[in-house]
Design a protein around this ligand. Structure first.
Ligand code: PEP
Ligand code: MN
Length: 337
């Protein structure tokens, strides 16, 4: 349920309605609409008397939200969410560019790539220290040592760090270095993990599950938000289809769909979607043209010998060219790179 207050309703009046509703055991989320305040209600609404609220002279109208996602719903929060992380942001005018290797491999590798992507215009450094691999025999990441190296790269470049957290017991450790906690596609419906990152005070980059519907994707965001962390970034990274030419199929339609349904920022990972390095450029361009708030791209200085996802990683020189070419497309949408 959403209560739209009349324009110029005094703040004290909003507070008073909020308190009354909270006494009836529901949660009230206050946000700013176009001209006035909006009260979004979640939880137990059984004791609420809608007629009584409707009669309040400061109430414009009441709407019931039919979608199962509430906090992530655009009706609850009509303004787009802009997440500020240091000097970078996701969801505002500026397009977020996250770039770096699939996994941190050694000091020289991460430092070189970090400096190269920063020079090219990246606003975040990505890099996995804990890697979710399909095979238990594949490289699993440098773990704690990887986090230490990410910390050094951040000190050197000033770029905020995006890195994956695979289990709840690692959130505290990973948060010491990460500026954004990545939840991998395979964990999109690990509800216990979602609830725990919902208690963390770091933005969460939530990757779409391999076969998740848009509603399931938004419900996973709702899990995080319902624990208090409303800084969720949705990331389309390709889904499973019958096609085998590409690693996954990039679902561009998710961008306008999420823009219509939710206020949360949505970014695209063309690298995992395609699985092929030469496809990263056209898919990145398409994503920005379709209105994505950012990109997360795998960049490696020696892709042929990368420990993970080399075939889909682009070289720093290519990344540099790509960022330049994206800026024209961003402008058409009134955005900037
Ligand atoms: C990654 O970002 O390296 C990764 C493992 O992504 P995903 O969870 O989308 O497969
Ligand atoms: Mn990868």
């Amino acid at each position: 349920m959403v209560i739209f207050m009349k324009e110029n309703t005094p703040k004290t009046e909003i507070e008073s309605i909020k308190c009354k509703l909270e006494l009836l055991h529901c949660k009230v989320h206050v946000s700013k609409g176009e001209n006035s305040f909006i009260l979004g209600l979640t939880g137990d609404k059984s004791e609420i008397n809608t007629m009584e609220i409707q009669c309040n002279k400061n109430v414009e109208k009441i709407l019931s939200v039919k979608e199962p996602f509430k906090l992530a719903n655009k009706v609850f929060h009509p303004e787009c969410t802009n997440i500020q992380v240091g000097h970078s942001s996701i969801g505002g005018k500026q397009i977020a560019i996250m770039a770096g290797p699939c996994s941190v491999e050694n000091k020289e590798q991460i430092m070189t790539i970090a400096e190269d992507v920063k020079k090219a215009g990246a606003t975040f450094l990505r890099g996995g220290a804990y890697k979710p691999r399909t095979s238990p025999y594949s490289f699993q990441g440098l773990k704690e040592d990887g986090l230490e190296l990410l910390k050094l790269a951040k000190e050197k470049t000033g770029l905020p760090i995006v890195t994956e957290v695979m289990s709840a017991n690692l959130i505290e450790k990973v948060s010491q270095v990460a500026d954004v906690l990545q939840i991998g596609a395979r964990n999109m419906q690990n509800f216990d993990l979602l609830k725990e990152v919902g208690k963390a005070n770091k933005p969460v980059l939530l990757k779409r599950g391999l076969s998740a519907t848009i509603e399931e994707f938004l419900m996973s965001a709702e899990y995080v938000m319902s624990e208090g962390n409303e800084n969720v970034i949705l990331c389309e990274r390709g889904i499973r289809t019958f096609e085998t030419y590409t690693r996954n199929t990039l679902d561009l339609s998710v961008i306008p769909a999420i823009k219509r349904l939710s206020h949360l920022p949505v970014i695209v990972d063309p690298s995992h979607a395609a699985g092929i390095c030469w496809m990263v450029e056209p898919l990145s361009k398409a994503a920005i043209a379709a209105g994505a708030d950012g990109l997360i791209i795998e960049v490696h200085n020696n892709p042929e010998n990368a420990k993970c996802d080399g075939e889909q990683s682009i070289k720093p020189e290519k990344f540099n060219e790509l960022v330049k070419s994206l800026s024209e497309i961003a402008k058409i949408n009134g955005r900037a790179i």
